[in-house]
Design a protein around this ligand. Structure first.
Ligand SMILES: [Zn+2]
Length: 196
C-alpha cells in the first residue's frame, strides 16, 4: 500500500481533524481501487474517477449552520478551543448532521458550544468559504433572559460584545467578519432615529 501517514488509534478526547484539512480522497468508495483525475467532457470538468469501476467521486462543499446569539443588543461570541483558528473569536456553529435541518443544527451547536437554548429570529445570511469548501448558513438568535451561557468543550471562553467593541482583528474566519458586519448593519437599520 503506497503513501499516506500510518493510521493510529485516536486518543480519547483528542480534537477531530477538520474536514478542510483532510487530503483529497485516493480510493473508490464502491470498490476500493485507486481514484485518478480525469477530464469528463460531458461535465466539462476534471473529476476524481475510479480506474476500476468508473465511479465518479464528487467533491462538494459542506454546510455549516451557525447562530449570531444576541441579548439586549449585544452579541455572544466564543473563543475557539480547537484548530483551525484556536484562540480566535467566532459565533457558535458547526457541521450539519445527516437528517438534521439547518435550523436544528444551528440550535444544537449553540447548545453544545454556549450551553443555551437559543430562539431563532430569521436568517442573517449565507456565506461561502471557497478555499475550505464550506457554506455557512447563519441565523439571528435570541438568548432568553434566564439562560446562563457556559462554554462547551469547543470554547475557551464566552463573552458578550456590543457593536462598538467587536474584536474585528481577532475574528476566526472571513465569514465571521462578513456575518458580524451584516449583524451590525442590521442593528443600525433597525435602530430608531436619533432625536435631535
Ligand atoms: Zn471503483
Amino acid at each position: 500500500m503506497a503513501g499516506g501517514p500510518p493510521c493510529r488509534p485516536s486518543k480519547a478526547g483528542a480534537p477531530p481533524v477538520s474536514p478542510e484539512q483532510l487530503p483529497t480522497p485516493r480510493f473508490c468508495q464502491l470498490c476500493g481501487h485507486a481514484l485518478v483525475e480525469r477530464y469528463l467532457p460531458h461535465e466539462e470538468r476534471w473529476r476524481l474517477q475510479c480506474e476500476q469501476c468508473g465511479f465518479v467521486h464528487y467533491l462538494n462543499p459542506r454546510v455549516v449552520a451557525a447562530v449570531a446569539p444576541e441579548r439586549d443588543g449585544r452579541l455572544l461570541l466564543m473563543k475557539r478551543a480547537w484548530e483551525p483558528r484556536a484562540g480566535f473569536w467566532t459565533i457558535p456553529g458547526g457541521f450539519l448532521e445527516m437528517g438534521e435541518s439547518a435550523e436544528e443544527g444551528a440550535v444544537r451547536e449553540t447548545k453544545e458550544e454556549a450551553g443555551v437554548d437559543v430562539e431563532l429570529r430569521g436568517l442573517l445570511g449565507v456565506y461561502t468559504r471557497r478555499d475550505a469548501g464550506i457554506v455557512v448558513v447563519i441565523y439571528r438568535g435570541l438568548v432568553p433572559d434566564d439562560a446562563a451561557p457556559r462554554p462547551g468543550a469547543e470554547a475557551l471562553e464566552l463573552r458578550w460584545f456590543g457593536p462598538e467593541d467587536i474584536p474585528w482583528e481577532e475574528l476566526a474566519f472571513p465569514t465571521t467578519v462578513q456575518a458580524l458586519r451584516d449583524w451590525v448593519a442590521d442593528r443600525e437599520a433597525e435602530a430608531p432615529p436619533k432625536s435631535t
